[in-house]
Design a binder for this molecule. Structure first.
Ligand SMILES: *Cc1c(COP(=O)(O)O)cnc(C)c1O
Length: 399
């Protein structure tokens, strides 16, 4: 399996290359060069798998056994989930009226990021040990990512992690999750300013390619393909739990409501849909509503400030994984995607062009997002309807 940049100007890489790169050298994000198509038979076979079983199948499909042989891969994934509190790792709770909640919060830090980060950290260590190399992970966080990333690599001998947390902008629990890990490879610094201001020096560090190379720096945010890959399993698991039967033609549709910030989980769901999972995606945002405006009016433009809400992990101005969504919508057209994203980077604003609204794409687009915007915040809580709802850590949404 090869990975190409959404902007088409970077050399293609294998999974290992994508895992260690973050952004591609042309500023794009890595996507599989070709998406496999799952047929009904495969879906039926997968339908009885456990959550870890699904992660194993998906990873095998997208990583390639020449990079990680299947037995090793299975061991890594078992190890990644070994510290989850729930026996099944992920659990679907059935509420009334066909509404279900996918409990993705049974990891050590209670964030759904534990799922993909724990696997990603295992993959990292696997390659690093083989090559006897070392990396330093640098992360700026407003909470969830920092805690989950620290947890996933603490004690790993080939990885150091540096986390910058904006003092006073994380919840107390998260601050404690980050500052009370005593392993020698974990380095946490409190910094002045909010998470936007914190991004500036981090961007500057990563822009210095010589420095980055010399010190083997990398990030672990959700531009990383490995995280998107693992998150696809949430959607498959939700689908198989919710679909009434797989005997019908066509297969039943399940609606999945995705609370979104950087659109990582959304991109994962859209790829799952593209490879054959019959889901309909509904995006839920809070007052930081750029994705809502994009779906409704094609208005992908930055708002002036990040608005603070109770769901701080969704308080994001630039949902960078939308670049993956645009690339898929354009039919993997990297020229179109590059032009769009470069315009966005220049002007901080973008009107989605007609090409992406052409009939079929438009339908897909509506199908993907359904124009449903749900505010998760004080006084207006909870999704409208839906069958499988990958919800994120309860503690976050509830404050
Ligand atoms: C990270 C996070 C999100 C946003 O996830 P994306 O996949 O980047 O959209 C939403 N809720 C919680 C609790 C999170 O930790």
């Amino acid at each position: 399996m090869w990975y190409v940049s959404t902007r088409g100007m970077a050399p293609r890489v294998d999974f290992e290359g994508a895992l260690f790169s973050g952004y591609a050298s042309d500023g794009g994000l890595f996507m599989p060069e070709e998406l496999p198509q799952l047929n009904r038979e495969t879906l039926c076979q997968w339908s009885t798998l456990s959550y870890p079983g699904l992660v194993k199948e998906l990873c095998a499909l997208f990583i390639g056994s020449e990079l990680i042989p299947k037995d090793d891969l299975n061991d890594l994934i078992d190890r990644a989930f070994s510290r989850f509190r729930h026996r099944d790792v992920v659990h679907l709770s059935r509420l009334r009226n066909g509404l279900n909640v996918l409990e993705l919060w049974h990891g050590v830090t209670y964030a759904f990021k534990d799922l993909s980060l724990s696997c990603t950290a295992q993959f990292l260590q696997y390659f690093l040990e083989k090559k006897e190399k070392h990396v330093t992970v640098v992360i700026g966080t407003s909470g969830d990512t920092g805690s989950a990333a620290i947890e996933s690599v603490q004690g790993a001998k080939n990885v150091d992690i540096i986390v910058l947390l904006p003092k006073g902008h994380c919840t107390k629990i998260q601050e404690l999750q980050m500052t009370t890990v005593l392993k020698e490879n974990v380095h946490v610094f409190g910094v002045e300013g909010n998470s936007d201001e914190l991004d500036e020096p981090i961007k500057a560090v990563f822009a210095d390619t010589v420095f980055v190379k010399k010190h083997n720096l990398m990030s672990l945010n959700s531009i990383n393909w490995s995280r998107i890959l693992v998150q696809m399993a949430h959607h498959f698991f939700a689908y198989f739990q919710c679909a009434p039967s797989l005997d019908t033609h066509p297969l039943p549709l399940v609606e999945v409501v995705v609370p979104t910030g950087a659109a990582g989980n959304l991109a994962a769901g859209y790829i799952a849909q593209k490879i054959g999972l019959p889901i309909r995606l509904v995006v839920a945002v809070n007052r930081n509503d750029i994705i809502h405006r994009t779906v409704q009016q094609g208005d992908f433009s930055l708002s002036e400030v990040v608005k603070s809400t109770l769901a701080s992990a969704m308080d994001i101005q630039v949902p960078y994984n939308m670049e993956r969504v645009f690339w898929l919508l354009s039919g993997s057209d990297s020229q179109v995607t590059r032009a769009l994203m470069e315009q966005f980077e220049r002007t901080q604003s973008l009107n989605l062009p007609k090409e992406l609204h052409s009939k079929q794409e438009r339908q897909e687009y509506e199908q993907m997002c359904d124009g449903c915007c749900v505010e998760l915040g004080p006084g207006n809580c909870g999704p409208r309807r839906g069958s499988g709802i990958p919800r994120t850590a309860r503690g976050r949404v509830g404050g």
